[in-house]
Design a protein around this ligand. Structure first.
Ligand code: SF4
Length: 604
């Protein structure tokens, strides 16, 4: 078998038992990698209704067949578990170097189960795996944890995935961090590690991924890298300004969510754009493993010195979403989120919910004591609350539950801008309605990278579509994007390669690496299988069609200004057609015929 080591490891933290299992080519052809391996494990091994923070939940760290190869961006790994934030599946991926090192160690994926009584970390040196005491690093920030573990391990090339205080304190939107500032961020995957008292995994490996035809693979890879280099976004915009290159574009198109999605135009956007950040703070680019794009930023600010990011979503979540215009403070806030191990999108989204509640007079100053008021534009809020969220101190304990539960506790869930209890990212779908349908139907809740419809609706990739078109063509494009993204994730690549590469390009790289002869349609079928299996897990966990929805503001309150003035998202018109085109019934349930077609009977 090529592209894989054919081996997985199961680590039980309750018993301390470590066991090795094998995977074969039939299994690999069915699920490909990362999300595929993860959803197979969840469906087979846990009760979908399990408490996500209990011993019975499991957490999977998975690579794909192209992870650890020379394929452009081939360094991704994915964390799959049941989310404490949404109650449904969480699949959060990250770049940096941890994924490639896990693959070099000879493992296709790890399953961590049970729960330790005391803090531990997992040490992996190729086949040598140990569970070690972590009491001396429990409570430490991410950078301190990485420093101490690297010294103990005695090999500076080792890679670490760890949680910060937020994960330890079971913050519902805590992240898993690697390389200091790279995050498997969404869905509270850090809290699942924290619930198992697992502080970190450190890994070092020395195995090459076996490839079917190394020569051919390298020549295919070279061709794809050239395509990326010649693309205006992947080859120029992203390397020059990072993902924050989007700030001006999205703002000019009138869908840059401002002050908790009250409008889509932010008056200070230009001052905190990628261009402004590059001019004032950028020191250098920092690419992930095998990445020819290099969107990562190393910035320098006086308060913290050298730091990384923020990327577009974080910049927005801690800036325009809160009405804040102080780029230096936003960069610092992003740094603190990384150190604490917090998902920046949900941190900003939760603070924005608090601001909306405060603005409406529902959350009162007497609830906050001497703490800064939650006024839109009040920079003090990000300075004061982020650490308090991670440590669950004072009002931070309430914020640590996420925006939905905060709004619910005040009896006003309309203040929460999210889907399936997860805070929305940085695009107002009143300016990109297909993207809105993507939010509503995403298996992991409010999310943008499992089907980035901003590409066709705003950027013109692979074709330009009218952002307000809600025809079947738009719905079909969303379904294609969902299936394709599942495929790219499962392969172990970064989604930004879609600026420059199409479905056939992924097929070429996979076939050359794996020695398979699958068609593009065959690969997209794997993506469709993964999407449906994740949906199946969510349905078993209790998902209903009522939750495939958007906040009322986006479907009922017309955009007040800018290019999308007067528009709402026509979700009710699109959703039934989405279900039908997916081959599901009118309640959004997967039909027996679809289950059979996708060879999912054993999980049904
Ligand atoms: S494009 Fe950016 S996020 Fe993706 S692999 Fe490259 S540096 Fe990492």
């Amino acid at each position: 078998m090529y592209g894989y080591h054919g081996k997985i490891v199961r680590i039980n933290l309750s018993t301390g038992k470590i066991s090795v299992e094998n995977i074969d080519e039939n299994f690999a052809k069915k699920w490909l990698g990362t999300r595929g391996f993860g959803i197979h494990t969840l469906l087979k091994e846990i009760d979908p209704k399990v408490d996500p923070l209990s011993e019975e939940n499991k957490i999977i760290y998975s690579t794909g067949p192209l992870t650890g190869t020379a394929a452009p961006t081939g360094g991704r790994y994915m964390v799959i578990t049941k989310s404490p934030l949404t109650g449904y599946i969480a699949m959060a991926n990250s770049g940096g170097f941890f994924g490639a090192e896990l693959k070099f160690a000879g493992w296709d994926y790890l399953i961590v189960e049970g729960k330790s009584e005391n803090p531990v970390y997992i040490s992996i040196k190729d086949d040598n795996i140990e569970i070690k005491d972590a009491s001396h690093i429990w409570g430490k920030k991410v950078s301190e944890t990485e420093k101490i573990l690297l010294e103990e391990f005695g090999d500076k090339h080792a890679q670490i995935a760890s949680i910060g205080p937020a994960g330890e304190n079971l913050v519902k939107f805590s992240a898993i961090m690697n390389n200091g500032h790279r995050a498997a961020a969404r869905g509270g995957v850090g809290a699942v590690m924290g619930s198992k008292k697992l502080k970190a995994i450190i890994v070092r490996g020395h195995n090459k991924t076996p490839l079917a035809d190394r020569q051919k693979f390298i020549s295919v890879v070279k061709e794809k890298i050239n395509k990326l280099k010649n693309d205006p976004v992947a080859g120029s915009g992203l390397p020059k300004y990072g993902t924050a290159v989007l700030v001006n574009i999205i703002n000019q198109n009138g869908l840059y969510p401002t002050r908790n999605f009250r409008t889509g135009v932010f008056e200070y956007a230009e001052e905190q754009s990628g261009e402004a950040m590059a001019a004032k703070y950028l020191k250098r680019n920092k690419p992930c493993y095998a990445c020819p794009i290099g969107c990562g930023r190393v910035n320098v600010i006086s308060s913290v010195g050298e730091t990384e990011g923020p990327e577009y979503e974080s910049l927005w979540a801690l800036g325009a979403h809160l009405g804040i215009n102080d780029l230096g403070s936003i960069i610092e806030a992003n740094h603190i989120c990384d150190e604490m191990g917090l998902d920046t999108i949900s941190t900003g989204g939760t603070l924005a919910t608090a601001m909306e509640l405060y603005d409406k007079g529902i959350l009162k100053q007497e609830d906050l004591g001497d703490a800064p008021p939650f006024r839109f534009g009040n920079t003090e809020v990000i300075h004061y609350y982020i650490e308090k969220i991670a440590k669950r101190e004072g009002f931070g304990a309430k914020l640590a539950e996420g925006g939905y539960r905060l709004a619910e506790s005040y009896g006003y869930t309309d203040a929460f801008m999210g889907v399936k209890k997860q805070e929305l990212p940085a695009y107002d779908p009143r300016g990109a309605e297909g993207h809105g349908l993507g939010y509503a139907t995403d298996n992991r809740g409010g999310d943008h990278i499992k089907a980035y419809m901003i590409s066709p609706e705003i950027l013109g990739y692979p074709v330009k579509m009218d952002p307000h078109d809600i025809s079947d063509e738009k719905v079909k494009m969303l379904i294609l994007f969902q299936n394709l993204t599942a495929l790219i994730d499962a392969a172990g690549l970064c989604i930004f390669t879609t600026f420059g590469l199409g479905a056939d390009d992924y097929r070429d790289m996979l076939n050359a690496a794996l020695g398979w002869d699958l068609s593009t349609e065959d690969y997209l079928k794997i993506g469709e299988r993964i999407w449906n299996a994740e949906r199946l897990f969510n349905l078993k966990a209790g998902l209903t069609t009522e939750e495939d929805t958007l906040p009322k503001r986006l479907t009922e309150e017309p955009m007040p200004e800018g290019p999308n003035k007067g528009h709402v998202v026509h979700l009710k018109e699109m959703l039934p057609r989405y279900y039908a085109l997916r081959g599901w019934n009118a309640r959004g349930e997967i039909t027996k015929e679809k289950i059979k077609e996708l060879d999912l009977e054993e999980y049904f």
